[in-house]
Design a protein around this ligand. Sequence first.
Ligand code: NAX
Length: 327
Amino acid sequence: MKAPIRIAITGAGGQISYSLLFRIANGDMLKHEQPIILQLLDIPQAQQALRGIAMELEDCVFPLLQQVVITDDPRVAFRDAEIVLLVGARPRSKGMERKDLIEINAGIFAEHGKILNACAAPYVKVLVVGNPANTNALIVIHNAPDLNPKNVSSMMRLDHNRAIAQVSRKLSQPIGSIKKMVIWGNHSGTQYPDLSHAEIRERKILDILQDHTWIESEFIPTVQKRGTVVIEARGLSSAASAANAAIGHMHDWILGSHHDDWVTMSVLSDGSYDIPAGVVYGFPVTCHNGDYQIVQNLPISELGRQHMLENYRELLKESEQIKHLLG
Ligand code: NAX
């Protein structure tokens, strides 16, 4: 039997985590021979709910789940963690401006970054889910100077999956046949879902698609607004699909992406595609041996370039708003 891996999850009492924890404990993320210890963090008011969740996890009798720690202390939650999913964040309340939300959540991620730096395993891999996810990841990177910035990423996988779902429906093709999707930029309404490299059975989707106006008039806005439409329908934001995306992101990052495909991850920009270094930006990546590489040399159209720069400018603006936390 392998040694257990310590996985810390913040916001463990929230709705995404309620879908996430049971799937991780079942082995969906690290697969079926890897035992795990779950270290669950939430705020003091959520501790009672966490106790209930821990009881349910116990009652599932997952063979891989060796221990569940519940706490309101990030030092306890992050201690020796090798994988961390930062899901916990304050939701936007009535009358709160987006600006205030960024400010409040930025404080949480700065604190968590510092404690990760002090308490987590030095090679810990961190996925930021809580919004604004890209900027929160940037804050974590700046507040955890001893961690490798390449070990911090934020989630664009839900957007990536949403884009695949739209193409599958439009072309009546199986999900698994659609490869090389990209979502450039920010996990926000500005994101740029880009179909120009995508393939079905090695044929460019642009050559198969008869109706090119569909891309700008339907595909891009549908993917950009999908989160809002789910909220309107469900009365709650995406949860099970977000948890599924987080599992896919960590699975591929740690165990490797499919050999003839890539995935979208938001990672610290390194100047690739002329996106200046220093923002956390959605790029197409391939993953091998626990490391990611940004896919290089993709041709970008003039329209695509405009979308990509718009995302960069938005991220720059967000980072300026919280620059006091970037050290
Ligand atoms: P919930 O409000 O259901 O849960 C959030 C949990 O975080 C709560 O239990 C809360 O008590 C906890 N929390 C708040 N402050 C904390 C702190 N300082 N330390 C630890 N825990 C803390 O939200 P949920 O629907 O689970 O969404 C969580 C986050 O994911 C939100 O920021 C949401 O906007 C974001 N999302 C990000 C997505 C992405 O693709 N990156 C998609 C889904 C989702 O919208």
